[in-house]
Design a binder for this molecule. Structure first.
Ligand code: SAM
Length: 238
């Protein structure tokens, strides 16, 4: 019994359409909402009976967007600046022997309509399309350990940047917020304040323009002096 087969119980519908800018842990970007849509045989109302009493849940998922079989016993965690190696089992790296992820997220709603069950989640660190293997309730008396120590990740990462918008980007944020019925400006502020760049980019400023696919638009921004990020534009993806 050394090999197991698991089936996907649900799929994540998230604002993060590519890996760049996904926060490194859940809860860091509270505005990053996602919907977990239960699939086929698992999309039955009874399967979530009682879950409404829990504010948070654990999502156990597959890192489907990492190449299979490329893990190494040691990795370079971004929290250590990206140049110090630690054992993979001492990290939350995506490159692991079994590419399984674990995220605790706020459960803000359970939707049941016409046989389709979905969970609305806040503060996700999940790529769009992530296959979910299991869902478990977060149980405070067992899952919250007040005297736990966090190794090299003992404190949360600081928000490093102030985020400003060009006039064009501010207008596009307003239009996107109406179109998507969510606060797009706040989502972008929370994501960029954390500085999603790999650590070897962080010393650079100025002329380099960064881009990512978020929700249904392409976001472009750049770094200015004095820890300021300027959002240049949001253009709807074709
Ligand atoms: N909270 C989870 C854990 O501890 O297992 C994930 C932590 S991992 C460091 C977070 C990163 O996983 C994100 O920044 C994103 O780049 C990546 N990621 C999220 N969903 C993914 C997926 N489905 N496939 C590959 N990488 C993913």
């Amino acid at each position: 019994m050394n090999n197991f087969n698991f089936s996907t119980v649900g799929k994540i519908n998230s604002c993060f359409k590519e890996k760049f800018t996904i926060p490194r842990q859940p809860g860091l970007v509270p505005a990053a909402t996602a919907e977990l849509i239960l699939l086929d045989n698992y999309s039955i109302p009874e399967i979530v009976r009682g879950l409404e009493g829990f504010s948070h849940i654990w999502i156990i998922f597959a890192f489907h967007a990492v190449p299979i079989g490329q893990w190494k016993p040691t990795v370079r965690p971004p929290r250590l600046g990206g140049n110090q190696r630690t054992g993979v089992f001492a990290t939350r790296s995506t490159h692991r022997p079994n590419p399984i992820g674990l995220s605790v997220v706020r459960l803000s709603d359970i939707k049941i309509s016409e046989g389709q069950v979905s969970l609305v989640l806040d503060g996700c660190d999940l790529l769009d399309g992530t296959p979910v293997l299991d869902i478990k309730p977060y149980i405070p008396y067992v899952d919250s350990i007040s005297d736990a120590s966090g190794g090299f990740a003992d404190t949360p990462p600081n928000a490093k940047y102030k985020v400003c918008f060009t006039l064009q980007a501010a207008r596009e944020c307003e239009l996107s917020s109406i179109r998507l019925a969510r606060d797009v400006e706040e989502l972008i502020r929370q994501i960029l304040a954390l500085d999603p760049r790999p650590s070897y980019h962080s010393a650079q400023q100025g002329d380099r323009i960064y881009a990512t696919h978020l929700c249904d638009f392409n976001l472009r921004w750049r770094y200015l002096a004095d820890d300021i990020v300027e959002v240049i534009e949001l253009s709807i993806k074709e």
